[in-house]
Design a protein around this ligand. Structure first.
Ligand SMILES: Cc1cc2nc3c(=O)[nH]c(=O)nc-3n(C[C@H](O)[C@H](O)[C@H](O)COP(=O)(O)OP(=O)(O)OC[C@H]3O[C@@H](n4cnc5c(N)ncnc54)[C@H](O)[C@@H]3O)c2cc1C
Length: 436
């Protein structure tokens, strides 16, 4: 069957946005209105929004545009946050929780709008179809205890306006094409995009709006000068009015204050070979996005080119991609024995970021506007919040996540999460306890 190649399956079926960047030989402008840092969804959506106001916008990416999480994620566009709905209700009360859920639902609607076939959709504007499929998603519990927790979640989410449906073991096994789950919760909103296509479409749309895209330019730091911000880069200095950073899980030494507030975490994916349509249907069912309810989460979905893409976290200890790919392959085949003879052709990883309360933030830190911490919900949230953050800088409403305090993590910590392996032991024990 062979070993998977360590490459991103999505990249093979999407245009490479590097082609849109100015050549390295072109000097940076000395002055612009906005410098946007980071070439993922947040940076691209922010840059496009800022350019739509007629501003001169320069986007700087440290490596290649596809280096961040944005072209290598699961492409799941789902309602919700890293924090459970019950935690939202506990911390904010029912009406406060509704505000957060409304934000998430608005983010999902924004992706559907960007991916629509209308003349304003990305496909019409750029010629790159993000392959949106409005399937909703399925949350799957391994054991009766988890299924009971889903019942509580279902009631809460319904009361907050989210359309959901609960399924018992028998029905779950039919729709999930797997008999490994004790129950499931279907969320009938959201769906999936082909993440690298969505990323390439956002990059193309940003350039069409006049954004100057540059790769291989690292921002070293941002200073407040007399009447302007000064952005120090590996290719020179730029004066600007505004600075937006969408650096998230890849924030480096240029952003020490951000790093003290974020916990970067690796997530990994594998993809199967292209499946025979009958086997694909017998595995993917109606094609919903799927994830289980473990701390050591698994998530999976069919891809528009006929594979199953499967992701998850296997450990918080440093590990090789080969071992992680083997562990994910074993998990996929345990859930779907119908794939026992199927080859795994791709394996890759990326980095996302959590905040301590697992809620995203929009914040101005040292004169820079940041959007970060969307955990595994960044496809919709990073895109939508980046647009909101630009509107905020231009005098618009304060985004909800900017109204929540955001303190540094209250332990000795500079951005390297030394405590994750310890937390991982606790998470694994909790997963085992839930399934005993
Ligand atoms: C394997 C995986 C699966 C995921 N699955 C899902 C999913 O199914 N659904 C979902 O909603 N979310 C998912 N996520 C999370 C989602 O991908 C992220 O939340 C989102 O892509 C973050 O976008 P971003 O633009 O903020 O950051 P990124 O896309 O990570 O981009 C940040 C960029 O900033 C650049 N940068 C950093 N420092 C500097 C500097 N000093 N100068 C210049 N550039 C710099 C980096 O090189 C990088 O390109 C997943 C993430 C991973 C890794």
């Amino acid at each position: 069957m062979g070993e998977p190649t360590y490459s991103v399956a999505w990249h093979g079926d999407a245009p490479d946005p590097s082609a849109l960047c100015a050549p390295a030989s072109k000097p940076l402008p000395e002055r612009v209105d906005w410098v946007v840092i980071g070439g993922g969804y947040a940076g691209l959506a922010a840059a496009r929004r800022a350019a739509a106001s007629g501003a001169r916008v320069l986007l700087l990416e440290r490596g290649g545009l596809r280096d961040g999480a944005s072209s290598r994620n699961g492409g799941m566009v789902h309602v919700g946050f890293g924090a459970a709905t019950s935690a939202l209700v506990r911390d904010f009360g029912h009406e406060g929780a509704r505000e957060w859920i409304d934000l998430s639902r608005a983010a999902v609607r924004r992706i559907a709008e960007l991916c629509s076939a209308e003349s304003t959709g990305l496909a019409a504007v750029t010629g790159v179809d993000p392959q949106w499929s409005p399937t909703g998603h399925l949350e799957l519990a391994r054991a009766p205890r988890g299924a009971a927790a889903l019942e509580v979640e279902a009631e809460l989410r319904s009361s907050l306006g989210i359309p959901v449906r609960l399924h018992d073991r028998t029905h779950t096994s039919e729709i999930a094409c797997s008999d490994r789950f004790a129950g499931s919760l279907a969320v009938l909103e959201g769906g999936g995009v082909q993440p690298a296509r969505f990323h390439a479409a956002l990059a193309t749309a940003a350039v069409a709006s006049g954004v100057d895209l540059r790769e291989n330019v690292r921002v070293r730091g941002v200073l407040r000068g007399a009447g302007a911000m000064i952005v120090e880069t590996t290719a020179g200095r730029i004066r600007t009015e505004h600075v937006f950073a969408g650096v998230n899980g890849l924030a480096d030494e240029a952003f020490p204050s951000l790093r003290r507030r974020l916990i970067p975490v690796g997530s990994y994916m594998i993809a199967t070979e292209r499946l025979d349509p009958a086997l694909l249907a017998a595995t993917a069912g109606a094609g919903e996005m799927r994830f289980d309810t473990r701390n050591f989460l698994s998530y999976w979905r069919p891809t528009p080119d006929g594979r199953i893409a499967f992701g998850g976290r296997t450990s918080f200890w440093p590990d090789s991609i080969a071992r992680i790919a083997a562990a994910l392959t074993a998990r996929l085949k345990e859930i779907h024995p119908q794939l026992s003879a199927t080859s795994i052709t791709h394996a890759w990883g990326g980095r996302l970021a959590f905040t301590l309360d697992r809620l995203p933030r929009v914040a101005r830190i040292d004169g820079v506007t940041h959007v970060a911490g969307c955990a595994g919900s960044g496809v919709a949230l990073m895109t939508h919040l980046a647009e909101q953050a630009i509107d905020w800088d231009l005098g618009g409403d304060t985004p909800l996540p900017a109204r929540r305090a955001w303190s540094p993590i209250p332990i000795p910590y500079e951005g390297r999460p030394w405590f994750l392996p310890l937390a991982g032991i606790g998470f694994a024990m909790q997963d085992r306890w839930e399934e005993r």
